[in-house]
Write a protein that binds this ligand. Structure first.
Ligand code: PCA
Length: 200
C-alpha cells in the first residue's frame, strides 16, 4: 500500500482569476510519486469554515504527510514556509467578506509552530533539479498562515507537514503588470512539488 500525501490548494480569491495552488492540487491528485499516492484537495479562502473543512479533509484522506500550497503574488520563487504564527490580520476581506484584524488563529494557542518538513533536504533537491526555491520565515497573516497553523496544531509533529507559497503564473503576472510581478511557469512549480515529495 502506498503512503498517502495530502496536497491542499486554495480556490481563486480576491483579484486573482486563477490560483496555481488549486491547479497543482487538481493536477497532482491521484498521481503516485516516490511511494506516495497524492490526494489533492482544494479549500475555499474562508477563515471561519477553514478549521472544520481541514479537519474533515484530513480525516477523509488519513494522510502520512501534508503539504499545503497557496498563491503569494510577488514571491519570486517557491517559498518553503518555516513557521506559522498564531495571528490573523487581513489586508483585505476573505471570500466570505470577513476581515479579521489582530485575531489569534486559536485562542490560547501556541504563539507559533515550526514546520517539521526536512527543509535543507528539500532546498538542496530543488536546487539540484534547477528549481528556484527559498526558505521563508513568514507565511503572512492571511488564510495560508491560518491553514499552516491549523495543520501544525492538529498534526502534533506525528507526520511531515508544511506549506509552500507559490509565485504568480505568467498569465497572472501579465494581468497584474509584468514589470512588477515575478512569475514562474506552472509546469516548473509542479516539478518543484514533485521534487519536494521525492525529498521526503
Ligand atoms: N493565498 C492566500 C490565501 C489563499 C492563497 O492561495 C495566502 O497567502 O494567505
Amino acid at each position: 500500500m502506498p503512503r498517502r500525501i495530502l496536497i491542499t490548494g486554495f480556490e481563486p480569491f480576491g483579484v486573482y482569476p486563477t490560483n496555481p495552488s488549486e491547479l497543482l492540487a487538481r493536477g497532482l491528485d491521484g498521481r503516485e510519486i516516490a511511494g506516495y499516492r497524492i490526494l489533492g484537495r482544494t479549500l475555499p479562502v474562508e477563515a471561519r469554515g477553514l478549521p472544520a473543512r481541514l479537519a474533515a479533509v484530513i480525516s477523509d484522506t488519513a494522510p502520512d504527510a501534508i503539504v499545503g500550497l497557496g498563491l503569494a503574488a510577488g514571491r519570486s520563487a517557491l517559498a518553503l514556509e518555516r513557521t506559522a504564527l498564531n495571528l490573523l490580520d487581513f489586508e483585505q476581506p476573505e471570500d466570505a467578506g470577513t476581515r479579521l484584524r489582530d485575531t489569534p488563529v486559536r485562542e490560547n494557542g501556541a504563539a507559533a509552530f515550526f514546520t517539521n518538513l526536512p527543509l535543507a533536504r528539500i532546498l538542496a533537491a530543488w536546487h539540484a533539479a534547477g528549481i528556484p526555491g527559498y526558505l521563508s520565515d513568514s507565511a503572512g497573516t492571511y488564510i495560508c498562515n491560518q491553514l499552516l497553523y491549523e495543520v501544525l496544531a492538529l498534526n502534533d509533529r506525528s507526520i511531515p507537514a508544511g506549506f509552500v507559497h507559490l509565485p504568480c503564473t505568467p498569465e497572472l503576472a501579465i494581468a497584474r503588470g509584468p514589470a512588477q510581478t515575478p512569475s514562474m511557469p506552472l509546469e516548473l512549480m509542479r516539478r518543484g512539488i514533485e521534487t519536494l515529495i521525492e525529498a521526503l
